[in-house]
Ligand binder design. Structure first.
Ligand code: E4P
Length: 221
């Protein structure tokens, strides 16, 4: 399973890149609204930082024609842009057109909450599909269970559309979607930090340091 960073923050993107663990970035209008930079400038900078790895930028339009027009503008920002299209009839038409009629634009169909939606998005020609697991958990459903089901159905139906587990809230989500066979998990930076940490690791480092300092205090070389 690959990791994407779910963020529009340059500091977070640079730090995760330095860790050597991310293979892409996903943004959404909420994440972008938290940043001060002008949208196009920021989007281009993220795409440059990611050096050819996929960067998802979402359309705000809600009708097919407007989605296609906006998608083409987003795709023109950089060669590694993947256009995020919200699931639904209008979105499916846009994905289908962007794949078949216009200059081919890879789409990440977002806001997927059922296996049926996932199947339709894959058949329409999505380059990625993004089931949102945290938001399903929030309403008392089973987000990880949905990823498990989608992965199993896609395997059985020989659909090769990569499944991005999105709306990840904590490291256990990440572990469980990896076990479920998700191809990618898009993870907020805070969760990436939680994943890297363990109290026994910090305690271990502190103890090694204390033991070595004591030895030096005893004057031993
Ligand atoms: C994915 O592409 C979305 O940007 C994201 O995972 C949404 O997560 P949220 O439910 O925490 O907003």
């Amino acid at each position: 399973m690959q990791f994407f960073l779910d963020s529009a923050n340059l500091t977070e993107i640079k730090e995760s890149l330095a860790w050597g663990v991310i293979a892409g970035v996903t943004t959404n209008p909420t994440l972008l609204s938290r940043e001060d930079s002008a949208f196009e400038l920021l989007a281009r900078e993220i795409c440059t930082l990611m050096q050819g790895s996929p960067v998802s930028l979402e359309v705000l339009a809600t009708t097919t024609d407007a989605m296609v027009e906006e998608a083409l503008k987003l795709a023109a920002l950089a060669p590694n842009v993947v256009v995020k299209i919200p699931m639904g009839g209008e979105g499916l038409k846009a994905v289908s057109r962007l794949r078949r009629e216009e200059k081919r634009v890879p789409c990440n169909v977002t806001l997927i909450f059922s296996v049926s939606q996932a199947l339709l998005a894959a058949r329409a020609g999505a380059a990625y599909i993004s089931p949102f697991i945290g938001r399903l958990d929030d309403i008392g459903w089973d987000g990880v269970g949905l990823v498990e089901e989608i992965v199993a159905v896609f395997r059985r139906q020989a659909l090769d559309t990569p499944v991005i587990a999105a709306s990840i809230r904590h490291p256990v989500h990440v572990q469980r979607v990896a076990a479920a066979g998700a191809h990618i998990a898009t993870v907020p930076f805070s969760v990436l930090q939680q994943m890297a940490a363990h109290p026994l690791t910090s305690q271990g480092v502190a103890r090694f340091l204390a033991d070595w300092t004591r030895r030096q205090g005893e004057g031993r070389p």
